[in-house]
Ligand binder design. Structure first.
Ligand SMILES: C[S@@+](CC[C@H](N)C(=O)[O-])C[C@H]1O[C@@H](n2cnc3c(N)ncnc32)[C@H](O)[C@@H]1O
Length: 273
C-alpha cells in the first residue's frame, strides 16, 4: 500500500495498455540516494575540527569514532556499556593510524564518564532506542557538553504503518524500549533537557536504499525467508538469541525500506530554550 486511493484498480487497468517492462526498467535505475556515511558531512556542518572533543555515545567498537578522528583530526571518546564492544574498540584503536586520538571507555548515556562542560559535540548514532531513562540520558549529554554545544542524533522511529503486534515482537527481539520509537516522545524529551532542534533531516529509507544500490548490504528479504524456512536448523546452529536478533534485524531493515520505520537525523543545540 502506498496510501489510500479513491478507487480500486480494475482488472482492465491492471492488465491494460501500459508497459510493465518499462516500469521495471524505471525502477531498476538508482535515485542516487545519499549513503549512510553522509552523517559525517552533517557532523562537519556543525564545525568539528582538530581542537574539538567529540563524545561518541553508544559507540560500539569505536568504528565511527575512528572515522571522525581520521576525517576531522578531533579527539573522540567512545562510551559503550557492553564489555565485548569495549574490548573490540580497544583492539581497533590500537591498530588504527588515528587511534591515538580515540579513547574507548565503558559507560552509559545515563552516567557518562566525562567532566561537566568537557565535550564540544555529542554524536549519538542509532542508540537511543535502547535507553530506558531518556530524560536522564539527555540531561547527562547536556551536562558534559560545553554551553551551546551540538548533539547529533540519528535514530529510527515508528510510523503509523507499523502494526501493534509487529512492533511488540520487533522491539522485544532488538532490546528496544517501545516508548523510544515515538517522534513526539523524543522531541518532547529533547525540550525537557534544554536542547533546541537546530535542524532535522528526514532520511527515511535513503541510506538503506544506497546500501542496496552499492551491494554493501545483505539481501534482508532472503535472510528472513531462510530463517523462516529452515527455522529448526538455524535455531540449532545460531541459538535462540542470535536467531531472534538476525530475524528482527532483517525485518527492521525491510520495515525501513517499506516505510513502517523512518530514519531521522537531528542536530540539537544545548541551552537553546
Ligand atoms: C545499534 S548499535 C549502534 C552503534 C554505533 N553507534 C553505530 O552506529 O554503529 C547501539 C549501541 O548502543 C549501545 N548502548 C545500549 N544501551 C546504551 C546505553 N544505555 N548507553 C550507551 N550506549 C548504549 C549498545 O551497546 C550498542 O553498541
Amino acid at each position: 500500500m502506498t496510501g489510500k486511493w479513491s478507487k480500486p484498480i480494475s482488472v482492465a487497468e491492471m492488465y491494460g495498455d501500459w508497459d510493465y517492462d518499462a516500469a521495471v526498467d524505471l525502477l531498476s535505475r538508482s535515485l542516487d540516494p545519499r549513503p549512510s556515511l553522509s552523517i559525517l558531512d552533517t557532523l562537519g556542518s556543525v564545525g568539528v575540527g582538530p581542537e574539538d572533543t567529540v563524545l561518541d555515545i553508544g559507540g560500539r567498537d569505536g568504528r565511527y569514532s575512528l572515522m571522525m578522528a581520521q576525517r576531522f583530526g578531533c579527539r573522540v571518546m567512545s562510551v559503550d556499556p557492553v564489555d565485548a564492544n569495549v574490548e573490540d574498540g580497544l583492539r581497533a584503536v590500537a591498530e588504527h593510524e588515528h587511534g591515538h586520538l580515540v579513547g574507548i571507555r565503558p559507560g552509559t548515556i545515563e552516567q557518562i564518564p566525562a567532566e561537566t562542560d568537557s565535550i564540544d559535540v555529542v554524536f549519538s548514532r542509532d542508540m537511543l532506542g535502547h535507553v530506558e531513562d531518556l530524560d536522564a540520558g539527555l540531561a547527562e549529554c547536556a551536562r558534559v557538553l560545553v554551553p551551546g554545544g551540538a548533539m547529533l542524533v540519528y535514530d529510527v522511529f515508528a510510523t503509523d504503518l507499523m502494526e501493534p503486534l509487529e512492533a511488540e515482537r520487533l522491539y522485544a527481539d532488538l532490546a528496544l524500549v517501545p516508548e523510544r520509537m515515538s517522534v513526539s516522545g523524543f522531541e518532547d524529551a529533547v525540550g525537557r533537557a534544554g536542547f533546541g532542534i537546530e535542524s532535522l533531516d528526514v532520511i527515511g529509507s535513503e541510506w538503506y536504499e544506497a546500501s542496496q544500490d552499492d551491494g554493501s548490504a545483505p539481501n534482508y528479504t532472503l535472510q528472513v525467508s531462510r530463517l523462516r524456512r529452515a527455522k529448526a536448523q538455524m535455531l540449532q546452529e545460531l541459538g535462540e538469541g542470535p536467531y531472534r536478533v538476525m530475524y528482527s534485524n532483517a525485518l527492521w531493515s525491510i520495515y525501513i525500506m517499506i516505510g513502517k520505520l523512518e530514519c531521522r537525523l537531528y542536530v540539537l543545540r544545548s541551552g537553546s530554550v
